[in-house]
Write a protein of this length. Structure first.
Length: 232
């Protein structure tokens, strides 16, 4: 069930669409990557962007790390005219297919670019971003992989000290839930729970600050907890 907070954020700021999306038929084009565009996924994207609302205006620059087939880019295109969106996926696994789907769907829109983490991340991070967003990425990875990613992404603060990294994760609380749904947990989420204090320690070691944004009720009854990392 969607929380009142998520609903009120949606109603107040994100529901209104000002422009036509770049991809007008995202479900047919595979932009939602096996899921469908619906109110819950839109509210989910809004809940991440809420964390960087003060930067969400024309000129907004976002790196979507683990972007799938670019659904966030399409969502932004309905709300801003002038923005830079870079979506990256791993070159292994299904990453390349997702990027190919995205490239086919988004065509040559100059505001949107896609690439692979292995080949493009370093170069991409030389550019200034207001936000790096990881929607449902850490929720599928082991904790050490998440730290590995943050260790690379923290470079974003060297180029723009006012940048933010926004991500979702499960905290240890979710571990109790997975005993009730072991097949779902094994299949989709692996060992991806972490304690809030683990993120806090990582931030402290790197001169960064952690803030909790909100809890987002996502698929399978799990709650994706959204956090933001920024410079002190
Ligand atoms: C649940 S999907 C979410 C996709 C997209 N962020 C969205 O919300 O539509 C998780 C994504 O993370 C990507 N992924 C898997 N392992 C990754 C890794 N080590 N680094 C970055 N992305 C990864 C997958 O390829 C997949 O597209």
């Amino acid at each position: 069930m969607t929380s009142e907070l998520v609903m009120s954020i949606w109603e107040e700021y994100w529901k209104e669409k000002k422009y036509n999306p770049i991809v007008s038929n995202p479900n047919q084009k595979g932009v939602y990557d096996g899921q469908r565009e619906d109110l819950i996924t839109s509210m989910g994207m809004a809940s991440f962007l809420e964390a960087v609302k003060e930067d969400f205006k024309d000129g907004f620059r976002v790196l979507d790390y683990g972007c799938g087939a670019g659904a966030l880019g399409n969502f932004i295109s309905e709300r801003l005219e002038d923005f830079t969106y870079v979506g990256l996926e791993p070159s292994s696994g299904q990453g390349r297919d997702r990027i190919q789907t995205a490239l086919n769907a988004f065509g040559n829109d100059s505001r949107i670019k896609f690439g692979t983490i292995d080949e493009d991340l370093e170069k991409v991070l030389e550019n200034p971003f207001d936000a790096v967003i990881l929607i449902s990425v850490f929720t599928h990875l082991e904790v050490n992989d998440s730290y590995w990613i943050l260790d690379r992404l923290k470079k974003v603060f060297d180029v723009n000290r006012n940048a933010s990294i926004v991500f979702s994760c499960f905290t240890a609380e979710e571990r109790r839930l997975h005993w009730h749904q072991p097949q779902i947990w094994e299949r989709y989420y692996h060992e991806s729970y972490v304690r809030e204090s683990d993120w806090e320690n990582w931030c402290k070691d790197n001169g960064l600050q952690l803030s909790k944004v909100l809890d987002f009720p996502a698929a399978h009854g799990y709650v994706h907890e959204i956090y933001k990392i920024h410079k002190l």
